[in-house]
Design a protein around this ligand. Structure first.
Ligand code: NAD
Length: 369
């Protein structure tokens, strides 16, 4: 298979972890005889510094020419005081709109060997395996008007929660399609006791559910979902929700696994290249120190192979390699207990070495043959 991957390293640890993800994709290419061609683009603070804008046209072009996009992360204190059109995050929102990345998938998976890294007791998190499907291009983050005003002598402010029915339907359908291949349960999260948008969301969820008779649908208020994620995270299979609720709940869920450095994500489009990125940000506190955990970016590369290229076996090999390395006791600083840990580059080396020749991988290959 020959495929083009656009790589947008971004800022801070984004540059370090995408390097690791590219190394892993190259290792997969070598082992399975695929040609992955990498093209690079600027985004975020790095793009502001070099091109005067958080998302240059050339980056949009690079992405549109590719079969999939791998992103690091954007942002950092250097640009925190910039005017809003020159904020790194603008680049992120803009690429989501440009590529119409409407569905953000964030799997939350329990690793037995990391049980001690979670702030929750093992009995609560053992076996946790769910996925948050977050709407990504609508809701409060994109609705207009979004502005400050003066009414009488008082400053007022408005943000708008706007959705088209079709936008709600396609994300809910994505959740049901995801659930079909899992434990067949969709929890739709809203605030229907207060918000009209949530009441429409519920109606649409009920309609879509009729097309999936084997999948159970339940509704849950967002405040209750926030509580349930901590009290009984094993309860969930597929959680679907609107943009802002999803943003908050997925960060809450990320802590179950012990570190933001473990969580991958996929942002899918119906047509064109989808984008894959770790859930974490640019981690300015550890950037440039070879301390970042590259696993979230590496698992994002696995999602890229699965969702964009249909390479299920190769994706499973990456996931298995990560599991083997953790099982062998290797840790980056965020997961380590004490001062004995691997740097970013050594963790990448450990994972690529497993992909290149470990017997655990052979058993996956047998399972898929
Ligand atoms: P963050 O995710 O960058 O960091 C939060 C904490 O997690 C920090 O202590 C950091 O050291 C740690 N952490 C994050 N990634 C890690 C990794 N791979 N390995 C080990 N530890 C890791 O969030 P923040 O500090 O709130 O934000 C920093 C910057 O990142 C801000 O400018 C923010 O706007 C931006 N941000 C970008 C994205 C994105 O690009 N998608 C997402 C969130 C935040």
């Amino acid at each position: 298979m020959t495929k083009k991957v656009a790589v947008l390293p971004g800022d801070g640890v984004g540059t370090e972890v995408t390097k690791g993800a590219v190394a892993v994709l190259k290792a997969i290419g070598e082992r399975f005889d695929h040609q992955f061609e990498f093209t690079y683009g600027l985004i975020g603070g790095a793009a502001i510094d070099e091109a005067g804008t958080p998302l240059p046209e050339s980056t949009i072009e690079t992405c549109k020419q590719a079969d999939a996009v791998l992103l690091g992360s954007v942002g950092g204190p250097k640009w925190d005081r910039n005017p809003s059109h020159l904020r790194p995050e603008k680049g992120l929102l803009a690429i989501r709109k440009e590529l119409d990345l409407y569905a953000n998938l964030r799997p939350v998976t329990f690793y037995d060997s990391l049980a001690d890294a979670s702030p929750l007791k093992k009995e609560y998190i053992e076996g946790v395996d769910f996925i948050i499907v977050r709407e990504l291009t609508g809701g409060l983050y994109f609705g207009k008007p979004s502005e400050r005003r003066t009414e009488g002598n008082e400053e007022t402010v408005v943000d708008t929660l706007f959705y088209k029915r079709t936008e709600i339907e396609r994300i809910i359908r994505q959740a049901f399609d995801t659930a079909v291949n899992r434990r067949k349960k969709v929890t739709s999260v809203d605030k229907a006791n207060v918000l009209e948008s949530s009441r429409v969301w519920r109606e649409v969820a009920e309609e879509v559910a009729k097309d999936y008779p084997d999948v159970e649908l339940e509704h849950m208020l967002v405040d209750s979902a926030a509580m349930q994620l901590i009290r009984n995270p094993k309860y969930f299979d597929v959680v679907v929700t609107e943009n802002m609720f999803g943003d908050i709940l997925s960060d809450e869920a990320s802590m179950l696994t012990g570190s933001l450095g473990m969580l991958p994500s996929a942002s899918l489009t119906a047509d064109g290249p989808s984008l894959y990125e770790p859930v974490h940000g640019s981690a300015p506190d550890i950037a440039g120190q070879n301390k970042a955990n590259p696993i979230a970016a590496i698992l994002s590369a696995a999602m890229l192979l699965r969702h964009s290229f249909g390479l299920e076996k190769e994706a499973a090999v990456i996931e298995q390699a990560v599991e083997s390395v953790l099982h062998a006791g290797h840790r980056t600083a965020d997961l380590a207990d004490g001062n004995h840990y691997l740097g970013t580059d050594k963790m990448v080396e450990a994972i690529t070495a497993v992909i290149a020749n470990d017997s655990a991988i052979s058993s996956i290959m047998t399972a898929y043959s």
